[in-house]
Design a protein around this ligand. Structure first.
Ligand code: 6PG
Length: 242
């Protein structure tokens, strides 16, 4: 899974640099992508990427200090970013050092607007690639079932109250408008506890309010799922992992 995912990430970064001169990607939190991050840090993958033209963001963050072991940035930094020659100014952690999660969301929207060279009141920027995970309850990023964040249409990021997911802290998350503006979305899903949610989101007729991952439908982009055998167990046979 990590090999396939790392290969996909490298390809999308190369494609973006070739066509637009730089690659804008957003990483996911959670534990599933860690093996992919480790793999991307290995010389055979690391050396396929022009890091001087790659910019790394985060699709959601726990509202904890950036050096907290639960921080999505801290984990990605340890596994990947500190092990590759990416210029430090190309790494954009969600700024959790500010007073509130709302403030962090507002500040990050401004940081994104500046880096993409657009106005923050403009349509959301188009990421070349956004990595996402899937929760047992159908959440993705920090968009939780039934949460007010699911109906936000006028902001790229919002603060979100702690959901039912550990760690039980406030979060800052991308909203549907920015996620669905992406050129490519890659979901990484592993484990048998995700099998029902995966089936519902991929094959069911779910509402985003109940299964937020079902609301990921990029208007002009692709969605790719890389899942392990256990997570794929309840999918239609023709889609099962091999
Ligand atoms: C987080 C996430 C969250 C995660 C899923 C899957 O901050 O925890 O962004 O959406 O991707 O909960 O997490 P696992 O990969 O740990 O199962």
């Amino acid at each position: 899974m990590a090999r396939r995912a790392a290969d996909y990430v490298v390809e999308k970064i190369q494609e973006a640099i070739l066509t637009r001169g730089r690659a804008m990607i957003a990483l996911a939190g959670g534990s599933t992508p860690m093996a992919t991050y480790d793999r991307l840090a290995q010389p055979e993958e690391r050396n396929r990427i022009d890091w001087s033209k790659t910019y790394v963001f985060f699709g959601d963050e726990r509202f904890v200090p950036l050096d907290d072991p639960e921080s999505n940035f801290a984990r990605a930094n340890r596994a990947l970013l500190s092990a590759v020659p990416i210029p430090r100014p190309h790494i954009y952690p969600i700024p959790t050092q500010v007073a509130t999660a709302e403030e962090a969301a507002e500040q990050y929207q401004k940081d994104l607007a500046k880096t993409f060279g657009i106005s923050s009141s403009h349509e959301p920027p188009q990421f070349d690639l956004i990595l996402l995970g899937l929760g047992q309850d159908g959440h993705t990023a920090s968009l939780f079932p039934g949460a007010p964040s699911l109906s936000v249409t006028d902001r790229w990021l919002v603060a979100s109250a702690p959901g039912t997911l550990r760690p039980y802290v406030e979060r800052v998350t991308f909203t549907f408008p920015i996620l669905n503006a992406a050129r490519n979305i890659l979901f990484l899903v592993s484990g048998s506890d995700k099998a029902t949610a995966l089936r519902e989101v991929v094959e069911g007729d779910v509402q985003a309010n109940d299964f937020p991952a079902g609301g990921i439908r990029p208007s002009a982009g692709t969605v790719t799922w890389i899942v392990d055998l256990a997570a794929s167990a309840k999918l239609d046979m023709s889609r099962r992992a091999t």
